[in-house]
Design a protein around this ligand. Structure first.
Ligand SMILES: C[S@@+](CC[C@H](N)C(=O)[O-])C[C@H]1O[C@@H](n2cnc3c(N)ncnc32)[C@H](O)[C@@H]1O
Length: 216
């Protein structure tokens, strides 16, 4: 599939699953979006580029440090508004067209509650998109990834079922994994994440399961 939209993501090896998802939504200028668990704001900034100056992106994270990082990274995008808030008590100043999360539900205790909150944040015609990994399906030279400190490292494998439990209507769902061997962005990402240099070994990063849903 040829992506219609190029996203100016900073070295983000997971930009392809993001682009696939956003292109399926036909997101356009003027949309109001929320990036929940925004972290440093890579996705928020990508969204800001698409929705333009007339759109809005609420970058929500429970860590106040993230708010500073987003504010710095999004200095050129006045449509990005950083909010410090727990996803479990999500409350935005207005209903949005898209509530998005990536690598968030793997860290929360009650992912169904968070999905329900995302659903209540969107307009009747709005979209909920979640992208979460199956960590142990990633491989470095056929050795499985692990993330022992994370609440739900394989939550991607459960994601469609969780979305159903949150009483949302699944419109589309699939998995995508960046992969490579030798020097390049995949090896650099792995090194920054784990400190491991894979050398010439094969690397398949944990696949991201994407679910696109709408309120019922
Ligand atoms: C792994 S980062 C993902 C950042 C970003 N979504 C991305 O894909 O690059 C997870 C982020 O979720 C935030 N987070 C974790 N639990 C949260 C919660 N209950 N409510 C809001 N944010 C949360 C963390 O502070 C962190 O910034």
């Amino acid at each position: 599939m040829v992506n219609k939209t190029e996203f100016g993501l900073r070295n983000d090896v997971y930009r392809r699953p993001l682009a696939t998802a956003l292109n399926r939504l036909s997101i356009t200028q003027g949309w109001k979006c929320a990036d929940i668990g925004a972290g440093g704001g890579d996705v928020s900034i990508a969204l800001a580029g698409v929705v333009g100056a007339k759109g809005r992106v609420y970058a929500v994270d429970n860590n106040p440090q993230a708010r500073n990082e987003v504010a710095k990274a999004a200095a050129e995008h006045s449509q990005v508004i950083a909010i410090t808030q727990k996803a479990e008590s999500l409350r935005l100043p207005e209903l949005v067209d898209l509530a998005f999360c990536r690598f968030l539900l793997m860290h929360v205790k009650d992912p169904v509650l968070v999905l329900s909150k995302m659903a209540s944040a969107v307009k009747e015609t709005g979209w909920i998109v979640a992208q979460e990994p199956i960590t142990s399906s990633g491989r470095i030279d056929n050795k499985a990834f692990s993330m022992p400190d994370c609440s739900n490292p394989d939550i991607g494998a459960l994601l469609p079922g969780l979305v159903k439990k949150a009483n949302l209507k699944i419109i589309d769902a699939w998995a995508e994994a960046p992969a490579g061997a030798g020097p390049g962005p995949i090896a650099d990402y792995l090194k920054s994440l784990t400190g491991i240099d894979p050398g010439e070994d094969s690397v398949v990063l944990p696949p991201l399961v994407t679910v696109i849903a709408r309120p019922c």
